[in-house]
Design a protein around this ligand. Structure first.
Ligand code: PLP
Length: 378
């Protein structure tokens, strides 16, 4: 491993640099326009009650804008609560799984929900279908499985999966999808899902602390029926409470107002520009540039071997042993291009680049030029 003292000092010429140097997968780049809008509206919005009109109106805008962006079928609705995706898993194991779930594990995040469920004494052991990082698999319909837990985009490996209901599943089985690094950047049909949940500090270029979910009527029914059963549910994780509050454009306890505001800014911006297709096209363009670069350089290659599995929101790029990816990330950081490091636990000589809609494809192009500039000088 290269130490900091051995890292060569390379100054990238200003005309090669991206307009914005933030390429992290979350928290991710926040559009300056969003920050400016927040500053302008702050005196009437920040520091005001979440039980009064200005904040409730912002929550309503967020729910409506997401419903529009996802083109939700009739009867679907947006719910929200505090705590981010990790807390949503705990809420879901109390409030959405009847007895037994099936989980596709193809990386750190997709594995975590299954692990949480495995420890829950009130549930049957989950079925975990695990595959090697960098690949993916499909759900397998089985009698008795009442929740299928999928992940739209595995943030730690840069693998995305198409969302389809498992054929032959029990009629009342629900499809839950962790879309934290996919929602707002990847195409999908909401009708293939019952609960498409995420946090807004990734694709949506907002900040942490909130979970959001697009839910089907069947999912709302499941929430109601489990809440009416005799199962003990920790009050702060009760999805029935979250659903009742969401329908009134509120949260059970105090939310981060900036997170809500910045998410509204980003989703409305996507909608004004043409909706999910606009956002997905932007990500596609960035991905074509990023993977195309890696494929055309003999010292780099996309980590995900199958082009169809490659994410268009998070790229993972492997480097030859002759080049230390950590050192590249350090040199980029010294030039104010930040958070390009690979996911530690994956343990590869790799850079990971977020290509969320807030990042213009021209900045991904600039990043590849910066990488070439550095590597030519090593
Ligand atoms: C980041 C991430 C999470 C965790 O989100 P938090 O809001 O930090 O809890 C879960 N799943 C995926 C796919 C993620 O990318």
């Amino acid at each position: 491993m290269t130490t900091n003292t051995e890292t060569p000092q390379i100054t990238i010429p200003a005309d090669l640099l991206p307009a914005d140097g933030r390429f992290g997968a979350g928290p991710s780049r926040v559009r300056p326009e969003g920050i400016a809008a927040l500053a302008a509206e702050a005196p009437e919005y920040m520091g005001t009650s979440h039980r009064q009109a200005p904040v409730k109106f912002m929550v309503s805008r967020l729910r409506n804008a997401l419903a529009e962006m996802f083109v939700l079928p009739d009867g679907y609705e947006i719910m929200l609560g505090n705590g981010g995706t990790t807390i949503f898993w705990d809420a879901a194991l109390f409030g959405l799984i009847n007895n037994k779930s099936q989980h596709l594990d193809f990386g750190e995040f997709s594995g975590k929900f299954g692990k949480a469920v495995a420890g829950a004494p009130h549930l049957d052991d989950p079925e975990i279908i695990a595959v090697e990082p960098g690949t993916r698999t499909e759900a397998v319909a089985r009698p008795g499985i009442d929740v299928y837990a999928l992940t739209h985009n595995e943030t730690t490996t840069g693998v995305s999966m198409p969302l389809v209901r498992p054929e032959g599943a029990d009629a009342d089985a629900l499809v839950l999808v962790d879309a934290t690094s996919g929602a707002g950047g990847l195409r999908f049909s909401a009708a293939e899902t019952d609960c498409y949940y995420f946090a807004p500090q990734k694709v949506l270029g907002s900040d942490g602390g909130l979970w959001l979910a697009a839910i089907s009527p069947a999912c709302a029914d499941r929430i109601e029926s489990i809440a009416a059963s005799d199962r003990w549910i920790p009050p702060s994780l009760n999805l029935k409470t979250a659903l009742d509050n969401s329908r009134k454009d509120q949260t059970n306890n105090t939310p981060a107002l900036t997170t809500i505001f910045l998410a509204v800014e980003l989703v409305e911006w996507i909608n004004h520009n043409g909706g999910l297709e606009f956002a997905a096209k932007r990500c596609d363009e960035s991905a074509a540039t990023m993977y195309g670069w890696a494929e055309s350089r003999d010292f780099a290659s996309p980590f995900v071997a199958n082009p169809e599995h490659r994410s268009s929101t998070v790229a993972t790029i492997d480097f030859d042993d002759s080049i230390s990816a950590d050192m590249l990330a350090d040199i980029l950081r010294a030039n104010n291009i930040v958070d390009t490091n690979g996911y530690r636990k994956l343990g590869r000589n790799q850079l990971r680049i977020a290509m969320f809609p807030a990042t213009p494809p021209s900045d991904i192009e600039a990043l590849t030029n910066c990488l070439d500039y550095i590597i030519e000088r090593l």
